[in-house]
Design a binder for this molecule. Structure first.
Ligand code: DC
Length: 225
């Protein structure tokens, strides 16, 4: 990993991490790790195989043997499970809900740890998640914690779903976001929190270009290794 530039971008759901990570990776010619997709893939497999969420050994086995392949697309990376494109399936609300439960299981996190570190190859990696800067890549040269108020994140999600023609309730979305935040921040293992040496960016009042510029400026101004 020594020759690879590692940029970690952590933060809560809806903070814009995914889009920003893609853009930063593209701007700098680096690979992209969407670590949330790994937890979503474990969730999808467990749902498909009918595995009980209390069956820790079976969930850890799924995490260890996940037959996933990530292929770069024009805009980012697409996940394939044994050749089947599952990019859309893993974004379903139900899968997200199960993902946040399997992500709280230490054995699942442990099983995914090395798999995530293996993405760190030269020239480098933008790693998007919750514990990229704290646990997976503690030695990363650049650590960003991207956040936004729960209200702003609920608004963004509301507009996104409305555009897709889905009818949703804004108060319900806000409740869901707050519940997921609480689960991600209060779990025993790898809770969502900024690394001590992370730069915190609150995007509530910022456009996406502004956030991208702010992160690229941090990358440019990093201290020499
Ligand atoms: O970022 P996302 O919504 O795709 O993540 C799905 C779930 O996985 C979410 O509940 C948090 C969890 N997650 C995690 O615990 N650690 C990570 N590094 C990434 C995601």
């Amino acid at each position: 990993m020594s020759d690879a530039l590692i940029i970690t971008i952590d933060g809560p759901s809806g903070s814009g991490k995914g889009t920003i990570s893609q853009r930063v990776a593209q701007a700098l010619g680096l690979a992209l790790l969407d670590s949330g997709a790994l937890y979503r893939l474990v969730a999808l497999c467990s749902i498909r195989q009918g595995v009980d969420l209390a069956d820790v050994a079976a969930l850890a086995a799924i995490a260890r043997s996940l037959p996933v392949q990530f292929k770069p697309t024009g805009e980012g990376v697409e996940a394939f499970l044994e050749g089947e494109s599952v990019g859309l399936a893993i974004r379903a609300e139900e899968v997200g809900l199960v993902a946040s439960q399997v992500a709280a299981i230490p054995e699942v996190r442990k099983a995914l740890l090395q798999r995530q570190r293996d993405f760190a190859e030269p020239p480098g990696l933008v790693a998007d998640g919750r514990d990229m800067g704290t646990v997976v890549f503690p030695g990363a040269q650049v650590k960003i914690f991207l956040t936004a108020s729960a209200e702003e994140r609920a608004n963004r999600r509301f507009n996104q779903l409305k555009q897709r023609g889905e009818s949703v309730s804004l108060p319900r979305l806000l409740e869901d976001i707050q519940a997921r935040d609480a689960r991600d921040m209060n779990r025993q293992v790898s809770p969502l929190k900024p690394a001590d040496d992370a730069i915190v960016i609150d995007s509530s009042q910022m456009g996406i270009d502004e956030v991208q510029d702010a992160i690229l400026a941090v990358v440019d101004n990093r201290s020499p290794d």
